[in-house]
Design a binder for this molecule. Structure first.
Ligand code: PEP
Length: 251
């Protein structure tokens, strides 16, 4: 049974004080840990203050990126060791904005995945429509060669812990409402592709989230899909009352 995982991606929107205040507002109203996992991906400098504020609530602190190397002369980078020290349990890697604006490729993301795993930080690997499908001669084909690059060197027992997300580029940060059928299709294709390499048993254990214009109105329809194990929420997660509505979508 895959536990649902609801994640806020705050990108670069909140400063430290705003991040801490937000946690104070929501921590008493989060669902039980046995029912659902909840996390917030925030700017690295806010993580330690946020962690202090969690005070035993069901809330994972998530980093939005990390260096591909563990240690060394990489001025301005942030290592997974420091992120773990600051209280992060997960690190988001390969978000569409990292790929699009900072030119991260699969090789770099793969290196970050391996480095995170070596330190005990669990990667949340983001994939977009380009990595899941391609149009060839007017037909949609589902492709694994791009996706596979991200998993190079990941052992089966490590894969079990990894979280994946499917975020179609046209739905992230756009005005297009997420379509539950598209969400299901993307997530199920990723699961099929994982099954082809790692086997069905393992693929059935991996959590795959959907991201792209999720909001309090559409979350229940998206979560109703069998292969969607959670959501990654950008804009709609910035307001505490909206975020609480979404993490409590089951009620
Ligand atoms: C995101 O950035 O991961 C995202 C899903 O954004 P939004 O919910 O705003 O589309």
């Amino acid at each position: 049974m895959r536990k649902p995982f609801i994640i806020a991606n705050w990108k670069m929107h909140k400063n430290i004080q705003e991040s801490v205040e937000f946690i104070k507002q929501i921590r008493e109203c989060l669902p039980q840990a046995g029912v659902e996992e909840v996390g917030i991906a925030a700017q690295a400098v806010a993580l330690a203050n946020m962690k202090q504020m969690v005070q035993g609530a069901n809330l994972q602190i998530i980093a939005q990126n990390a260096a591909s190397e563990l240690v060394g002369p990489y001025t301005g980078e942030i290592s997974v060791r420091c992120l773990a020290d600051a209280g992060a349990s997960y690190v988001m890697l390969g978000h569409l904005e990292r790929r699009r604006l900072f030119h991260e490729d699969n090789e770099t993301i793969n290196q970050k995945v391996l480095t995170a795993l070596a330190t005990g930080l669990t990667p949340i690997i983001c994939t977009d429509d380009k990595m899941v499908q391609a149009e060839i001669n007017g037909e949609i084909h589902y492709i694994f060669d791009q996706l596979k690059g991200v998993f190079d060197g990941v052992a089966p027992d490590q894969l079990k812990k990894i979280v994946l997300s499917y975020e179609p580029s046209w739905a992230v940060g756009s005005s297009q409402t997420a379509n539950p059928l598209v969400a299901q299709k993307g997530c199920s294709r990723i699961r099929e592709m994982i099954a082809a390499v790692y086997g069905q048993r393992l693929a059935d254990q991996v959590r795959i989230l959907y991201g792209g214009s999720v909001n309090p109105q559409n979350i229940a329809a998206i979560m109703a899909n069998p292969d969607v194990d959670g959501v990654l929420i950008g804009r709609a997660s910035l307001q505490a009352d909206h975020f609480l509505e979404m993490v409590n979508w089951q009620q």
